[in-house]
Design a protein around this ligand. Structure first.
Ligand SMILES: [Zn+2]
Length: 327
């Protein structure tokens, strides 16, 4: 019992010292008595020791302070009481309290930063399509050649681009849907293949609109690209495409496949002329062109190039812009 009392005394003195440094509380016997009157013994660090009020040096809340549920509230109440008591002390006495026993600073109110409302910034540029090349085929879809070309592309795991003629779409909608289902890019190549730069404004509009209507009706497709027949366009054609959410796709590699109709020549021109970002022009209505597809794909890959659909190579075309290549 003597040892216990000694422990109680020293703990009580310690508690009292937190309030007013010695010699204000010098009579340890008084404190001991108070501690004994108030409740269970105070043994610092013992799990059953009550939490002392730093302000009074007495246990907080009697036995209830021992329950786990209230211990946190009690600790907060003790901290608040101690802070109030500390703040009421003369400055010299405050300074005499060892720093580690002073009450913690009350939490500063969270700083509120007002962020001005900003205009939505334009979406970042899509990443460059590394080593990409677009192989493109005009004038279909037609039975036979277009279908054999699709077979080769599927076998080689390549997406190409098909610039379709509106009247052929009406004639062979099932081939259009196969092109769509196999993941190729589909573009508008006018309705009946006139030289658009030589047409009246109304005809240009009708050639684009009728083809878009056919694509929508037969395939649910809204194209983003126009390839004007013969690559012939003027500012009116570009503006008409732009007004319909489309860009013009010309080319930088012309295989002239429709002139020579030679498989080896078509392959050689396509592969030799291609570099990253190139657009290669061919026609899927000529058998020698279809026969060159495998040679072209292998040749491009041997150069480290990757044949892709135009939609993959140029992900967000500027409407009304004329593209000869990806850049
Ligand atoms: Zn054409």
């Amino acid at each position: 019992m003597k040892r216990l009392l000694a422990a109680v005394s020293s703990a009580a003195i310690l508690s009292a010292a937190m309030l007013v440094p010695a010699p204000a509380v010098a009579d340890s016997s008084q404190v001991t008595q108070i501690a004994l009157l108030q409740g269970p013994p105070v043994i610092p660090g013992h799990p059953l020791s009550p939490i002392l009020d730093r302000g009074t040096g007495l246990p907080i809340g009697g036995s209830s302070a021992l329950t786990a549920g209230s211990s946190q509230r009690a600790a907060l109440a003790a901290e608040e009481g101690w802070r109030r008591a500390y703040e009421g002390l003369p400055t010299q006495v405050q300074q005499a309290v060892p720093p580690h026993l002073r009450p913690p600073e009350p939490a500063a109110p969270a700083e509120v930063t007002v962020v001005p409302v900003q205009e939505p910034s334009p979406a970042p540029e899509p990443p460059r399509c590394y080593n990409c090349v677009a192989i493109t085929y005009d004038d279909g879809p037609v039975p036979g050649t277009t279908e054999r070309l699709l077979d080769t592309l599927k076998r080689k795991g390549v997406h190409a681009t098909f610039f379709v003629v509106g009247q052929n779409v009406h004639a062979h909608p099932e081939i259009l849907r196969r092109i769509r289902d196999e993941g190729h890019t589909i573009g508008n190549h006018s309705y009946s293949h006139p030289d658009l730069a030589r047409q009246a404004d109304g005809t240009i509009a009708a050639q684009l609109d009728d083809t878009n209507a056919a694509l929508s009706r037969h395939g649910g497709i809204t194209p983003r690209w126009v390839r004007p027949p013969y690559g012939s366009y003027d500012s009116r054609v570009a503006a008409a495409a732009g007004a319909r959410g489309m860009a013009l796709a010309i080319w930088d590699v012309d295989t002239a496949d429709w002139q020579h109709r030679n498989t080896a020549t078509t392959c050689q021109r396509a592969v030799a002329g291609a570099r990253e970002g190139s657009v290669i022009l061919m026609h899927d209505i000529h058998e020698p062109t279809v026969a060159a597809a495998e040679c072209i794909i292998d040749g491009l890959r041997a150069k480290g190039l990757r044949p892709v659909g135009l939609d993959e190579m140029i992900k967000r075309p500027d409407t009304g812009h004329v593209y000869r290549r990806a850049d």
